[in-house]
Design a protein around this ligand. Structure first.
Ligand code: NDP
Length: 318
C-alpha cells in the first residue's frame, strides 16, 4: 500500500495565506488583531516556541506584545500582568507559555485569563463550551489536526478514532472535536490494557503521548490514517541508528547537530502499511502555530463584535 504523507507545513501555509487576506481586510477597517505572549523564566524550548509565535504574528501583519518575566516571578506578579493584558484594548488574545516554573500556581494563572482572550482555549469556560458543543476558543493543536483531516478529505463521520493520550491540551479536546464530527472515539492512556489491540481498531489513530516511537506497526490497522503529535528529542546515537537505520538521513542530521526529533510513531511503522501519516517534524507542529493565528483573529472578531469567516472553520465543520 502506498502511504500518503500529510504535509502539515503545506496546509499551515494555506491557512496563513487565507488569514493574511482576512487580516488585511480587518486592518484596512482599523482593526489590528493583537496577541500577547507571556514567558516566565528562560527555558530554551519555551523561548523558541514564543519566538516562533510572535514571528508568525508579525509576518501576518498582526500586533504582538512579548512579555518576558524572570524565573523568580511570583504568582501574584504574573497575575498582575495577566490582568493588565485582560484590560488592554490593543490585545485580543493572551498566551501564557507553558510549562510555568513549579512555584507558580498554573491553575490560577489559566483561570485568570479572560475567556474571550484565552487563545489557547485552556480556561474552564472554553473547555466547558467545547465539551457541550458550543462555540468558543479551542486548543490549537487538536484544532490544527481537525483542519488537516478536513482539508485532506479524511472521512470522519462514523469512523473509528482512537486517541492515545488524555492531556487537557491535546488528548481530551481531540476527543470532543472528533466526537463532534460523528466519529466513534476511544481515548487511551498509561493504564489502558492491551494498547496495541485497542489502537488496531482505529481508522484514525492519534498518538499524543510523548514516548519516542511507541507506536509500532502492531498498533496500526492496515489502511489507517495516523496522526503523530509527539515531539521527542533523541540525543542517543544508538537510539537513532535503531529507529532510523545506519546510513539514514536522520543519522546524518544527528551527526551534524547532536540531536534529532522523532514522533510517538515508529518511523518504520506506517510506510507501506498506513493509508496516510503526518511526518515529524513538518506535520502537526506547523498547524499548531497556524491555528494560534486563526484563534487570535477569531478572538479579535468576537471581542470587537465582527462576525466573519474565521469562526466558520473547525467547530461544527461537517
Ligand atoms: P502529556 O504528558 O500531558 O500527556 C501524555 C499522555 O500520554 C497522558 O495522558 C499519559 O497517560 C499518556 N501516556 C504516557 N505513556 C503512555 C503509554 N506508555 N501508553 C499509553 N499512554 C501513555 O503530554 P501532551 O499531551 O502535552 O503531549 C504529548 C506529546 O505531544 C508530547 O510529545 C508533546 O511534545 C507533543 N505535543 C506536540 C505539539 C505540536 O504542536 N506538535 C503540541 C502539544 C504537544 P496518563 O494520563 O495515564 O498519564
Amino acid at each position: 500500500m502506498e502511504t500518503r504523507w500529510l504535509d502539515g507545513k503545506k496546509v499551515a501555509a494555506r491557512i496563513k495565506s487565507e488569514l493574511s487576506q482576512e487580516i488585511r481586510a480587518l486592518t484596512s477597517g482599523d482593526m489590528v488583531p493583537g496577541l500577547a505572549t507571556v514567558l516566565v523564566g528562560d527555558n530554551p524550548a519555551s523561548r523558541f516556541y514564543v519566538a516562533s509565535k510572535t514571528r508568525a504574528c508579525r509576518e501576518l501583519g498582526m500586533r504582538s506584545e512579548a512579555v518576558e518575566l524572570p524565573a523568580e516571578t511570583t504568582t501574584e506578579e504574573l497575575l498582575a500582568v495577566v490582568h493588565r493584558l485582560n484590560e488592554s484594548d490593543r490585545i485580543d488574545a493572551i498566551l501564557v507559555q507553558m510549562p510555568l516554573p513549579a512555584h507558580i500556581d498554573t491553575e490560577r494563572t489559566l483561570m485568570a485569563v479572560r475567556p474571550d482572550k484565552d487563545v489557547d482555549g485552556f480556561h474552564p469556560v472554553n473547555t466547558g463550551r467545547l465539551c457541550s458543543g458550543n462555540p468558543g476558543l479551542v486548543p490549537c493543536t487538536p484544532q490544527g489536526i481537525m483542519e488537516l483531516l478536513f482539508r485532506e478529505g479524511i472521512p470522519l463521520r462514523g469512523a473509528e478514532a482512537v486517541v492515545v493520550g488524555r492531556s487537557n491540551i491535546v488528548g481530551k479536546p481531540m476527543f470532543f472535536l472528533l466526537l463532534q464530527e460523528h466519529a466513534t472515539v476511544t481515548v487511551c492512556h498509561s493504564r489502558t490494557r492491551d494498547l496495541p489491540r485497542v489502537c488496531r481498531r482505529a481508522d484514525i489513530l492519534v498518538a499524543a503521548v510523548g514516548r519516542p516511537a511507541l507506536v509500532t506497526r502492531d498498533y496500526i490497522k492496515q489502511g489507517a490514517v495516523v496522526v503523530d503529535v509527539g515531539v521527542n528529542l533523541l540525543r542517543d546515537r544508538d537510539e537513532v541508528v535503531r529507529l532510523f537505520g545506519d546510513g539514514s538521513r536522520k543519522l546524518a542530521a544527528f551527526d551534524k547537530r547532536g540531536s534529532v526529533l522523532v514522533g510517538d510513531v515508529h518511523p518504520q511503522a506506517s510506510p507501506g502499511w498506513a493509508a496516510a501519516v503526518t511526518p515529524v517534524p513538518g506535520g502537526v507542529g506547523p498547524l499548531t502555530i497556524a491555528l494560534l493565528m486563526k484563534n487570535t483573529v477569531r478572538a479579535c472578531r468576537q471581542r470587537r463584535g465582527k462576525a466573519g469567516t474565521v469562526s466558520q472553520s473547525v467547530v461544527g465543520g461537517s
